[in-house]
Design a protein around this ligand. Structure first.
Ligand code: ARG
Length: 589
């Protein structure tokens, strides 16, 4: 990779000037303003400051010691001591050729692979997956794909909500009002109905609530009948989740639900108490502030009328039941003991941010040594809004079920595809619509900064123009058709001629290809798939400009070979990039 070569040369030059300098922080990155160069390093400025040197003078000395003539046309010193590098087209061509030989696709595997656990999707049993689940599922899946692509060891775990007080009501409903036919038709819808009916009963009649509680107590005590029914509820829910995961192309290494940790919950609370981290308060057990941080940023405190009062992390309820927090503490402990990860990433909506802050702080107090070795990250995200700017709902005001949403998207995509290709056989149009529709929903969800809320709009996400999946998928089909035509022309043969980049459009496209790896790294670094979306959109735009300005099939000799190679590599990067977003491609559209 060019920036890595530049970086190595720059580090060597710095060592020549300052033999004792630590050069690991000397990085080369794309230049923020292309008018000043292709790559830039700003690392000499802090280095000079540390040593009380004049940064521009240091830059001059380093530049004199720098040997990058093979890679660069020019190295400029700018501003307070930036180094700007302008890459020679011949150096770009050489990288294109190594990519053509299959040595790389403009990214390198991590030199120090990390073990990363990604906790994502995590729906609750007996509740349908709704539109909101596309967020955790899509962002989590894209992150796991990018981490794997970069050579990290990834363990994905679907932390299904399969335990909790709702099962008392569900059990009561199952025993008294279950409709077997409805269960066979749509299991989760039937479970939802049971819950709603019994819940209303319980609100109205204390005796019903008591009955439900007894069912829960029996389940918790391991009663055989209730355990069997509970397992059946998990099984039918999981089957429905799996249908959706199948459609979305999402797989998990593990789906260790909350109930998996039940045997650990009592011991976790005992241990927290023995270590003085949790204490009893009004019959419950909780973790309180240890006063180690300013009140304003202490998640174990809340401000009520100007006064700071405790907001503990509860780990045991007064009735002896355990909390979401207790399960999550046991889960961190289990994951560390089982997989020794360097990092655990939780892809969960932003409303749970306070929970994760408390979780991470409590874990650090509970197991300080283990906590020092692992990075715990909450990757949060905002809401999906309807076109009216309010939370996205169906016309009747219900939450939108994910399965229904995917159906509707495919239907709408079929209209778009049919308008474009009325003559394709229906089966083919449907398959294209499936790829385009799913791609459109996923892409629209990954494109905005994940923390902001975004408005769900079928018209926008299915548009063939603009920063959308259909636009990128269409660009890909054009690249594939160029390739097919070229194969017809040269009947597969075609000797490899020299590659030489001469026209600005060729050079701009080649430069964009070079940065694929940096973008993947940035996605992994900041857990932001939107960086990759924008990169691919820019790539497709540069390709469009190139294709308008530079004839490919009509060109000859080295020019033709160069342009075909650019098309080929752009196609490969586009496909690999979309794959890293969890989006399939299609040959025709
Ligand atoms: N099931 C939870 C919910 O629907 C999300 C679980 C996220 N993962 C975790 N380890 N807490 O809110």
């Amino acid at each position: 990779m060019l920036h890595l070569k530049l970086q190595a040369s720059l580090q060597a030059a710095v060592r020549a000037v300052l033999p004792d300098a630590d050069t690991t922080a000397i990085l080369v990155r794309p230049c923020p303003d292309a008018r000043h160069g292709d790559y830039q390093s700003n690392a000499l400025i802090p280095l000079a400051k540390q040593r009380k040197l004049n940064p521009r003078q240091l830059a001059e000395q380093v530049k004199a010691a720098l040997d990058v003539t093979e890679l660069c046309d020019a190295v400029d010193i700018a501003g307070p001591g930036f180094l700007n590098f302008r890459i020679r087209p011949a150096a770009l061509a050489a990288v294109l050729q190594t990519a053509a030989r299959g040595e790389h696709l403009f990214f390198a595997k991590a030199r120090q692979p990390r073990t990363v656990v990604i906790d994502f999707s995590s729906p609750n049993v007996a509740k349908p997956m709704h539109v909101g689940h596309i967020r955790s599922t899509g962002i989590g899946d894209s992150l796991q794909r990018v981490f794997r692509l970069l050579g990290h060891r990834v363990i994905t775990d679907n932390h299904i909500g399969d335990w909790g007080t709702q099962f008392g009501k569900l059990l009561l409903g199952w025993k008294q009002i279950l409709d077997r036919d409805a269960l066979a038709r749509d299991a989760i819808a039937e479970l939802e109905r049971l819950y709603k009916v019994i819940n209303a009963d319980c609100d109205a009649t204390p005796a019903r609530l008591e009955e439900a509680k007894q069912e829960l107590v029996k389940l918790q005590a391991g009663d055989a009948e209730n355990t069997a029914v509970w397992q059946e509820m998990i099984r039918v829910s999981q089957a429905q989740f799996d249908t959706i995961y199948g459609r979305l192309g999402v797989k998990f290494d593990h789906a260790l639900g909350e109930s998996f940790y039940n045997p650990q919950l009592g011991p976790v609370v005992d241990d927290l108490r023995a270590r003085g981290i949790a204490r009893e308060s009004e019959g419950a057990v909780g973790v309180f502030s240890d006063g180690s941080m300013p009140q304003k940023s202490d998640p174990f405190l809340v401000n009520r009328d100007g006064e700071w009062i405790p907001d503990p992390a509860l780990v045991r309820k007064s009735d002896g039941g355990f909390n979401y927090m207790t399960t999550d503490l046991a889960t961190v402990d289990y994951r560390l003991r089982t997989w020794s990860p360097d990092e655990i990433v939780y892809v969960v909506d932003d409303r749970q941010a306070p929970h994760f802050r408390k979780l991470f702080l409590t874990f650090a107090r509970w197991q300080p040594e283990a906590a020092a070795k692992v990075k715990l990250v909450h990757v949060g995200f905002g809401k999906i809004l309807g076109e009216d700017g309010k939370p996205f709902k169906t016309r009747s005001g219900d939450t939108v079920k994910l399965g229904d949403l995917l159906d509707e998207t495919e239907e709408r995509a079929l209209k778009v595809v049919t308008e474009k290709n009325p003559d394709l056989p229906e089966a083919e149009r449907k398959e294209i619509a499936r790829v385009v529709g799913l791609g459109a929903v996923k892409y629209a969800d990954l494109l905005p900064n994940r923390q902001s809320d975004y408005q769900f709009s079928w018209d926008k996400m299915l548009a063939l123009q603009g920063n959308t999946a259909p636009y990128l998928l269409y660009a890909y089909t054009r690249l594939r058709s160029i390739r097919r035509k070229c194969e017809e022309h040269s009947a597969g043969g075609g000797q490899r001629s020299a590659v030489s980049l001469n026209v600005p459009e060729e050079i701009a496209l080649a430069k964009q290809l070079m940065n694929f790896g940096l973008v993947l790294e940035a996605v992994a670094e900041e857990y932001r798939p939107n960086f990759l979306c924008n990169y691919l959109y820019d790539l497709a735009g540069l390709f469009a400009r190139f294709y308008e300005g530079c004839p490919v099939l009509k060109a000859e000799g080295a020019e033709r070979a160069t342009r075909l190679l650019l098309c080929e590599l752009t196609g490969r990067v586009l496909k690999q990039g979309l794959d890293a977003l969890g989006i399939e491609t299609t040959e025709h559209m």
